[in-house]
Design a binder for this molecule. Structure first.
Ligand code: NAI
Length: 468
């Protein structure tokens, strides 16, 4: 198999950036270049003060060690393509907003454009690796495009190498992954390309964690893994509704169920619902795939995982309204956390966005605080969530605050939307003094000590636990 010396990554986002920075760290003999069309993003990766475009614990340290040594960021996609032996395609694949499959299918436009550019520019053979999450059999389309447009003596081998990192723990996930999955055609050339990529990971990943499978299995495994993870959350959230109605306690139920070694204890925490750029998108993608394959029962089965998540968010905002004496009009609500989970600045599909939109439509005032999300990002997400509401109206109803305490000042209720550790450590006594009374806390993440807050005087509502 070819020994990889130069790697290019197309797409400097949440996946391409951390993944290829870690490859550079662990493989000092390989030159890694990460390119993106977005100049501002590349400038941020290159910034002198390491003000990187994404927040991820441990990432800055990795970039500091490698940048300028064997890790480079650039907008020169063509040069990168010409020089590389192996190219990761790590561009975005959002849910289509219009056209065939709108609302379900993945938009493969960015993948296709990147593929066409590789075919147009390459003057030597390359291994092309799908890193983006794509529908099953996308590699086939990539191969057709590459072969139809390539120059003589250029061969392209396509691999699927889906990424399983979770935002917030990307660096530790990349340092010691549960597994690395590589899919290839089962031809001698396909297997050789697979061995080349496996050789890169073997610099730090134990061999028994590098799984090699067929291309289609690899593509489908990524969708399947996300669908099953999200399904656990929707399952536990469905049970949380039963707990609230019966007096059972979701922590006790989840603990008892998860103690079964066939189920396992992880990912069984009830919450206001999952967010993030992947779970919903990838399940909808699986739903679309099932429908295209004329498997409507399979499609309906997976679709319910997403519907349960929508229900959980709706149920939570309704509980806030019901508890505040059936109206929140004109009341001030502090929302702590805007990112879709802790330890990331990413807000894509964040539950906070849905909750705040619901509060706005009840004509409440909302104060928002998040330690990592920028003001610009919050305004743009809120505008996108309520396309018919003018920006001035949103700005009248919403205030972005610099601290949790500031957000809670004069509020009637605090809603915890993201499980940031710092919200556990807030001086809740002080918060209580500055709030209207009765002061309510709605813990959407089972984060705070409800008994301690109740002792201070708060009226605490949690998900799936009996009220104190
Ligand atoms: P992202 O949106 O953060 O990054 C994608 C980048 O690709 C953008 O900066 C965009 O400007 C760039 N780009 C698009 N077309 C380009 C082109 N032709 N040439 C150069 N640059 C181009 O997306 P993210 O979150 O990194 O996701 C990438 C893929 O990885 C998606 O398919 C996603 O489903 C998958 N994935 C994401 C995970 C996550 O936690 N965010 C985890 C595992 C997989």
């Amino acid at each position: 198999p070819l020994k990889v010396n130069k790697i290019l990554c197309i797409g400097a986002g949440y996946v391409g950036g951390p993944t290829c920075a870690v490859i550079a760290l662990k493989c000092p003999h390989i030159t890694v270049t990460i390119v993106d069309l977005n100049q501002a993003r590349i400038d941020a990766w290159n910034s002198a003060d390491f003000a990187l475009p994404i927040y991820e614990p441990g990432l800055e340290d990795v970039v500091r060690q490698c940048r300028g040594r064997n890790l480079f960021f650039s907008t020169d996609v063509d040069k990168g393509i010409r020089e590389a032996d192996l190219i990761f395609v790590s561009v975005n694949t959002p849910t289509k907003k219009s056209g065939v499959g709108a609302g379900f299918a993945a938009d493969l436009n960015y993948v296709e454009l990147a593929t066409r550019q590789i075919a147009a520019v390459a003057t030597s053979s390359k291994i092309v690796v799908e890193k983006s999450t794509v529908p099953c059999r996308t590699a086939e389309s990539m191969r057709t495009i590459l072969e139809a447009n390539s120059k003589p003596n250029c061969r392209f081998d396509i691999l699927s190498n889906p990424e399983f990192l979770a935002e917030g723990t990307a660096i530790s996930d990349l340092f010691s992954p549960d597994r690395v999955l590589i899919g290839s055609l089962q031809t001698p050339e396909g297997k050789a390309a697979c061995a080349s990529l496996a050789g890169v990971y073997a610099n730090w990943v134990p061999e028994n964690r590098i799984l090699t499978v067929g291309l289609w299995s690899s593509e489908l495994s990524k969708l399947a893994a996300n669908a099953m993870l999200a399904q656990r959350i929707s399952s536990v959230n469905a049970l949380s509704a039963i707990c609230e109605a019966t007096g059972a306690n979701i922590d006790e139920v989840a603990h008892a169920v998860g103690y079964d070694s066939r189920v396992g204890p992880k990912f069984l925490k009830a919450s206001v619902g999952f967010g993030g750029s992947c779970f919903q998108k990838d399940i909808l993608n699986l739903v679309y795939l099932s429908e295209s394959l004329h498997l409507p029962e399979v499609a309906a089965y997976w679709r319910q995982v997403v519907e349960m998540n929508e229900y959980q968010k709706r149920r939570f905002s309704k509980r806030v309204v019901d508890t505040l004496f059936n109206t929140i009009t004109g009341k001030r609500i502090a929302v702590l956390g805007f990112a879709f989970k802790a330890d990331t600045g990413d807000t894509r599909e964040s539950a906070a966005i849905t909750l705040i939109r619901d509060f706005q439509s009840e004509r409440a005032f909302v104060n928002i605080y998040d330690p990592q999300v920028s003001e610009t990002q919050i305004w743009s997400d809120l505008a996108e969530a309520s396309p018919t509401v003018p920006a001035e109206t949103i700005k009248k109803q919403v205030k972005i605050c610099g601290s949790a305490l500031e957000a809670c000042r004069d509020a009637e209720a605090v809603v915890i939307a993201t499980e940031w550790k710092e919200f556990k450590e807030i001086d809740w006594k002080e918060v209580y003094q500055h709030m209207k009374k009765p002061a309510f806390v709605f813990d959407g993440r089972l984060l705070v000590d409800a008994a301690a807050l109740t002792a201070i005087g708060f009226k605490v509502t949690t998900i799936g636990r009996p009220s104190l």
